[in-house]
Design a protein around this ligand. Structure first.
Ligand SMILES: Nc1ncnc2c1ncn2[C@@H]1O[C@H](COP(=O)(O)OP(=O)(O)OP(=O)(O)O)[C@@H](O)[C@H]1O
Ligand SMILES: [Mg+2]
Length: 246
């Protein structure tokens, strides 16, 4: 059994926008039941990589695979059905719907019936400890709740892989710590493989097993918490250059 059998992976991925390379030859793997970190300064290519892994952006070169199968040509909704879910840097909720319906829409999009989707929405909200939000209109939600609902929506029908693009942005330290607990629970209780993009380096290092570091579209380091903390390259590229992340 290859260890790619259960993984979401990018292999030698390059993404060019005209003459500009947002990613160059990036290889990365997300495995089930663990949190993987993805850090790097602004503009490093983190969101572009999530877009590639979730079908929103085709790679110019290289391959994306799910459980060993090339998925480079699948559109986002088919990848979601195959078990790859993501959140967006900006919430992207349907402002005219209440929270439960925001989640239920995803269930229906996945091919489930209205009733099953409603039930799953309530189950996920309850699992996250935010069942009290179910009947609230999405439009009026405080920023932190809006982000939580975005994550809840991504967790509908328990995806195998979850890509989180700066989920703790704008949260207080306490709220970010609660979120870290939730991410840990998703890996432990649901077996989800998580890729966590975060500017809050403390949060990333507290919750991840393996961290990838991008700088200017290239993977400059990867390893466990100790390896990342000790890396001079990371310090130069990230901690040095990007004061806001320090
Ligand atoms: N559709 C596009 N067309 C042209 N350039 C793009 C496009 N999308 C991203 N880029 C550029 O690619 C680079 C990487 O962008 P990306 O959004 O992936 O960075 P990021 O690491 O997510 O940054 P941030 O931390 O600010 O979210 C940036 O220079 C960005 O301007
Ligand atoms: Mg980004």
């Amino acid at each position: 059994m290859s260890n790619d059998q259960f993984s979401l992976a990018a292999s030698g991925v390059t993404v060019a926008f005209g003459g500009f390379k947002a990613l160059t030859d990036v290889t990365l793997k997300v495995t089930p039941g663990a949190v993987h970190g993805l850090i790097g300064p602004n503009g490093a290519g983190k969101t572009t990589l999530v877009n590639v892994l979730s079908g929103f952006q085709a790679p110019s070169q290289g391959e994306v695979s799910l459980d060993g199968r090339n998925i480079g040509t699948l559109p986002p909704h088919e990848l979601r059905r195959a078990g790859v879910a993501r959140t967006f840097q900006a919430g992207r909720l349907f402002s005219g719907l209440d929270v439960r319906d925001n989640l239920a829409v995803t269930g229906v999009g996945l091919g489930h019936g209205r009733h099953a989707s409603d039930a799953e929405a309530l189950r996920v909200l309850d699992w996250m400890g935010i069942a009290d939000l179910a009947d609230k209109p999405a439009a009026g939600l405080p920023y932190t709740d809006e982000r939580r609902v975005g994550i809840a929506r991504a967790l509908m029908f328990s995806p195998s892989f979850l890509l989180l693009d700066e989920p703790a942005a704008g949260m207080s330290e306490d709220e970010a710590a609660d979120l870290a607990d939730l991410i840990r629970r998703a890996t432990e209780e649901l077996g989800t493989g998580v890729l966590l993009i975060e500017h809050n380096v403390g949060l990333v290092l507290s919750v991840t097993r393996h961290v990838y570091v991008l700088d200017a579209g290239q993977l400059i380091e990867e390893g466990d918490r100790d390896a990342i903390t000790a890396s001079q390259r990371v310090r130069d590229a990230y901690f040095g250059a990007d004061q806001e992340a320090a």
